[in-house]
Ligand binder design. Structure first.
Ligand code: MGD
Ligand code: MGD
Ligand code: MO
Length: 811
């Protein structure tokens, strides 16, 4: 971050910006950012702010159409997506093409043939948020095939209502607060750690950064942190944490082993379990290995999950040790320590972004129940601490208003967010999702703004194949990102630095003001959708006759109506930000998760069928899934260390969130590029693992498995499990002709398998690989330079040939 004294003052203008990683002051001169400073309200601004200086680099300057598509129309040479050059066109031409194509696909094939789920983080800004813009547009368009859930927490979102009768996100805001933890918690067990770098971020707007401060305060107050996971540095040094290194993907077995120990050593809180839980008898029978009949109680329906669940083996510490790689004596000691102390059991989202990812969230709740501490101050169940910055802030956040998005139309289907490749591969194929069945639509047109499937999706080689299926792919993007390069029509979007908006963080609203004119011919997402809507006949509905700036004011007024203390709009803009007391601390700053339920289980029951915590759920039993039993259980994932696949692929790939950027955003810019090793994404390898393979620090290495390969720069580090390698997400996908990603994108290696038929979430963290030294001259990385572009000048000269032969341009 820039220090105030570094900033030249002559001609400098300061504006504010709200981002997913905090609020900042941006000093600019003549449209160029000269410094990015933390907002005065932020005690510990994120280094991620520095990337904003690079907003003008690697931009899509003009609307561009893939050459084959422009020449031969929809569906032309789709195997050339990503290889064809682009031809720049005038905005009117581009908008006519896109509108005509949307109309053609809708009229010929129906709205379901347009896929507009458009998952992704885009940029924060209550009005500008690209996904809301697109969803509003698509609703007036008559609907489209949509997506449900998130890559972040799909499996947790799925299982939450079945276990506690509330949504995951609602639960998140009701977490036990840090102030209570500091005072009461003795042992804070963190499955998947609590990564300091991850806590910089909160979707939609991170407020002041307090996470590190809370961790340090808790540690000082005597809270003992235990990091359970493959990386020592998943918990910051300031926490003075102990580290229990475990094979990734085996947490549920560890939890089962702890529960078994507690039960057999008489430490299970039977009174809590019978008063507050439904199904404990069955779960106990399962953990003790009492057989299928005992574990299923009076359930008389089919039990297809019994093929995946072992009902006969007692889940002893010894058994758990064989699965997890943790010593049995450590498991027993941990069980005893947990029972002795006020213990809070926390899960990071990483544990559920894996095969059978519903289970860790459910089994950890069961463990907290066996300890009998759920609802006690500082004890019980916690989740997602360390996965977003404001967890534990002790508040129920009021919704900060954004662009209104009309209700979804009935009709076009909704798929689980991460089932996109399956959808493209298998039109009309059936799918299961959270108790319902559906059929994938026959998608002809894909529309994306504010997200990057060639960042977020697993098994990119497989996605590349499926990506050839649609006839037309439209992408709205500021940058020549890996998804923009694989579009047929790229519409250049502005970044938040080029528009006015409102930033919303949990305790304040920020008046965001443009720093620069739009780069090149880029336009706001709103401008683009408004013009398309006009061409398609619903312009007035989409815009309601308002300019972008008028919308920003309207959104502020919606907030003000709910918060009478908020000043008039003009004053808000003049001041640059406003604390929103009506928005902050809606809940109890000293809240304890499920405290009310604990104090009065009959008067304040949970919204579950039993009114209790469900350790068994009949609804899930009725679904009859073979990969999601009606109670939490350990099931073998499709691959893991010490299990399936490990004979061929001896290393586990940890593809966690990057420290130096948000996902793939600004990977092209200096702050992220400065972290590269040998020009590629760094991969951390344990020195023993490296030595056995002749790999030295700084070498280019090749990671590979049956699904794909990528190159990365070796960093030797002993702070990880020797059988793990760590390659963060976000390097811009750069496949060589053989599919090897030269930049180091881990999603060339991950598997595209749903967590289960219930959650259908992504299983990114279930992944085995091998690594070798790259011999010979490594190929250069090409994804950070724009693709081949035939400039507007040339395309004007040949304009006569360019009317696509299958697109009626009549709208
Ligand atoms: N292997 C592996 N893969 C993972 C994960 C993992 O743990 N391991 N994690 C997953 C998770 S949790 C997530 S949330 C996803 C994240 O996946 P995404 O959210 O898709 O990733 P981003 O890189 O943030 O993509 C946002 C895109 O929006 C663009 N953009 C920014 N601002 C604007 C704007 O104003 N308008 C428009 N039109 N575009 C804009 C950016 O340039 C960028 O290309 O990745 C998932 N993928
Ligand atoms: N700086 C930065 N912060 C971010 C993001 C970013 O891109 N950059 N992305 C944000 C987003 S969208 C999200 S969803 C959150 C994600 O938050 P998380 O899902 O918690 O984050 P990850 O980085 O995927 O994983 C955290 C750690 O879990 C460990 N781990 C992986 N698999 C397992 C396992 O099976 N068992 C155990 N015990 N540990 C395991 C890994 O060592 C990893 O470092 O982070 C957010 N924070
Ligand atoms: Mo995420």
């Amino acid at each position: 971050m820039s220090a105030a004294s570094d900033i030249p003052t002559a001609g400098v203008r300061t504006t504010a910006i709200g981002t997913h990683f905090g609020s900042f002051l941006v000093d600019s001169r003549d449209g160029e950012v000269v410094a990015v400073r933390g907002h005065p309200t932020d005690p510990e601004p994120s280094h991620l702010g520095e990337s904003l200086r690079h907003f003008a680099e690697n931009r899509v300057m003009r609307p561009a159409v893939r050459q084959s598509w422009l020449r031969d129309g929809p569906g032309a040479a789709t195997e050339l997506r990503g290889d064809d050059p682009f031809v720049e066109v005038e905005w009117d031409t581009a908008l006519d093409l896109v509108a005509a194509e949307l109309a053609r696909v809708r009229d010929d094939h129906g709205n379901a043939s347009v896929f507009g789920g458009s998952y992704g983080w885009g940029s924060a800004g209550r009005f500008g948020l690209a996904s809301s813009q697109q969803h509003r547009f698509m609703r007036f368009f008559g609907g489209c095939t949509d997506q449900k859930g998130t890559y972040s927490s799909a499996a947790a979102e799925a299982i939450f209502p079945y276990m506690v009768g509330t949504g995951y996100h609602a639960g998140l805001a009701r977490q036990t607060s840090w102030s209570v933890i500091c005072e009461h918690t003795e042992l804070f067990v963190c499955f998947g750690g609590m990564r300091a770098s991850n806590s910089h971020v909160t979707y939609g707007g991170q407020g002041p950064h307090h996470h590190n401060d809370w961790v340090a305060r808790a540690s000082k107050a005597g809270v003992q942190f235990l990091n359970v996971g493959p990386l020592r540095d998943d918990l910051d040094k300031s926490a003075d944490a102990r580290w229990l290194s475990i094979r990734p993907g085996t947490d549920v077995a560890l939890m089962a082993g702890i529960i078994h120990t507690l039960v057999t050593d008489g430490l299970a809180d039977e009174e809590f379990l019978t008063t507050y839980c439904h199904g404990w008898d069955r779960l106990r029978a399962h953990v003790l290995g009492g057989g299928l009949a005992a574990a299923c109680g009076d359930w008389r329906g089919p039990t297809p999950w019994a093929n995946a669940v072992d009902y006969d083996t007692p889940k002893t510490a010894q058994w758990a040790s064989e699965v997890t790689g943790v010593d049995a004596s450590d498991i027993i000691a941990l069980a005893h320590e947990m029972a002795r102390k006020r213990t809070l059991v926390n899960l990071s989202l990483s544990t559920q972004r894996a095969h059978h990812g519903e289970q860790p969230y459910w089994m950890a709740l069961a463990l907290a129940c066996v300890l009998g501490q759920v609802g006690l101050p500082g004890g019980g169940y916690a989740f997602s601490f360390g996965t977003q910055g404001n967890t534990g802030a002790g508040q129920t956040r009021a919704r900060i208003p954004g662009l209104p998005v009309p209700m979804r139309q009935p009709g076009p289907p909704t798929i689980a967010v991460s089932r996109i490749t399956e959808m493209l591969e298998g039109p009309r194929e059936p799918f299961d999702f959270d108790g319902r069945t559906g059929r994938f639509p026959d998608v002809r047109l894909v529309y994306w703004s504010g997200g990057n499937p060639f960042h977020h999706h697993q098994d990119l080689n497989r996605l590349m194949q499926a990506w050839q299926r649609p006839e037309t792919i439209v992408v709205q993007e500021p940058f020549w990102s890996s998804v923009a390069r694989r579009a047929d029509i790229v519409l250049p979007a502005t970044t938040p630095l080029e528009r006015n908006d409102i930033g919303g963080a949990e305790t304040m609203l920020i008046a965001m003001a443009a720093v620069a004119e739009p780069v090149g011919e880029s336009r706001d997402d709103y401008w683009i959708f408004a013009r398309l809507a006009e061409r398609l006949g619903f312009g007035e509905q989409f815009t309601e006759g308002r300019t972008a700036d008028e919308w920003v004011e309207v959104i502020y007024e919606i907030h003000r109506a709910a918060d009478p203390e908020a000043p008039p709009y003009e004053e808000f803009r003049r001041e640059g930000y406003v604390m929103a007391p009506g928005m902050a601390l809606m809940g109890d700053p000293e809240q304890v998760f499920l405290e009310a339920f604990r104090s009065d289980p009959d008067g304040k029951p949970l919204h579950t069928p039993s009114g209790r915590i469900q350790l068994w759920n009949d609804k899930i039993a009725e679904y009859g899934y073979d990969d999601c039993p009606p109670h939490p259980a350990w099931m073998e994932p499709f691959e893991r260390l010490g299990g399936a696949g490990s004979d061929r692929w001896p290393l586990h790939l940890v593809s966690n969130q990057p420290v130096a950027r948000l996902h793939s955003q600004f990977d092209h810019a200096a702050p992220s590029q400065a972290t590269k090793v040998a020009g590629r994404e760094p991969v951390r390898i344990h020195p023993e693992t490296a030595a056995a393979r002749g790999i030295s620090d700084g070498d280019v290495v090749r990671l590979y498995n049956d699904r794909g390969a990528c190159l990365a720069g070796a960093v030797l580090d002993d702070s990880l499990l020797p059988e793990a390698v760590q390659l963060s997400t976000g390097a811009w996908y750069d496949p060589a002709p053989d599919g090897t990603c030269r930049a180091g994108n881990p999603n060339t290696l991950t598997a595209d398998v749903g967590t289960s038929r219930l959650g259908q979430g992504p299983s990114a963290h279930t992944c085995l690989v091998e690594v070798e030294r790259y011999e010979g001259k490594p190929p250069p990385v090409e994804s950070y330079a724009p693709p081949e572009i035939l400039p507007l000048r040339d395309s004007r000269a040949t304009a006569g040939n360019q009317t696509p032969n299958r697109s009626p341009c009549s709208v």
